[in-house]
Design a protein around this ligand. Sequence first.
Ligand code: SAM
Length: 300
Amino acid sequence: MENLRQLFKDLHEFYFKKEMDKKTKKELSREIGLEVGYLCGNYFLKMNHLHYGYWTDDLPVDITNLHIAQDKYAELIISNIPKSVKTILDVGCGTGQIDKMLIDKGYKVDCLSPSHYLNNQIKNLLGDKSNIFESTYEELQTEKRYDMILFCESFQYIDINKSLTNTYNFLNKNGYMLICDIFKKDVEGKSALSGGHKLSRFHDLISENPFKLIESIDITEQTAPNMDLMNDVVQNVIRPSINAGLKLSNSRHPTAVKVIKWFFRKKIEKLKNKYCNQDRTGEEFKKFKLYQLLLYQKND
Ligand SMILES: C[S@@+](CC[C@H](N)C(=O)[O-])C[C@H]1O[C@@H](n2cnc3c(N)ncnc32)[C@H](O)[C@@H]1O
């Protein structure tokens, strides 16, 4: 109940606070998307994380296995943490589930996320075992320093320059930065899939910063099936459900439906282009995106 109350509060803020600037609206809309994603995924599919699943050959690609694939992704991250690391800052920590796994393994973990709603879930999950910064990474201010800073599918949302500068400053001597995220490849054509910093820009900027590459693992092949699953859910569940709901509402309140459709016409068109496009497949993902685990060490 508390979850739904917070969600309605956020939706009200998003639609009716006219003075909100475009950037804040975009950030809030992303956070609301994550809240809805978490509520539905957790309730229907037992999902605890907000990242993609990591599909190994032995795991059938099926939506009911998504929570297992997500755990495998978390295990991949944990298995790549250097031995000397004891303290970690998880930037864009989502639901804090990976942080619970890390704390259970003996790491000292602090969490950072701008989402008030998700941070409340984390407080329930971790209690006083973790310090939670409710902030964007760009705005973080702290005297604390860490052995490793983790970006688990959150790097794409943060300005690269700011990420690299802050990470350098918040790391201990010879500390590590672990990024596991999507990047946009430099290929011809336009993709229906959004997300990820441009790979070439990331390479340019990281080469100007004092970080040394320690490990690079391409996991595009193991993450691409998430796109096929999402596409399947959209085409076979979400789309037909919306159409059926619209048909029913239209037959009962045709004028109200027309007014609502007109009021939200731009948003509806945007959502249609973004989610109802048949090109949102694993093949498309492999063509336009690179999903990588990258481990860097700070050069002092
Ligand atoms: C796709 S979720 C990944 C969550 C989590 N790391 C996981 O693996 O399940 C992206 C996360 O990035 C966070 N985020 C978005 N913009 C951010 C920013 N500017 N600074 C810090 N975190 C941000 C979101 O709140 C969310 O927790």
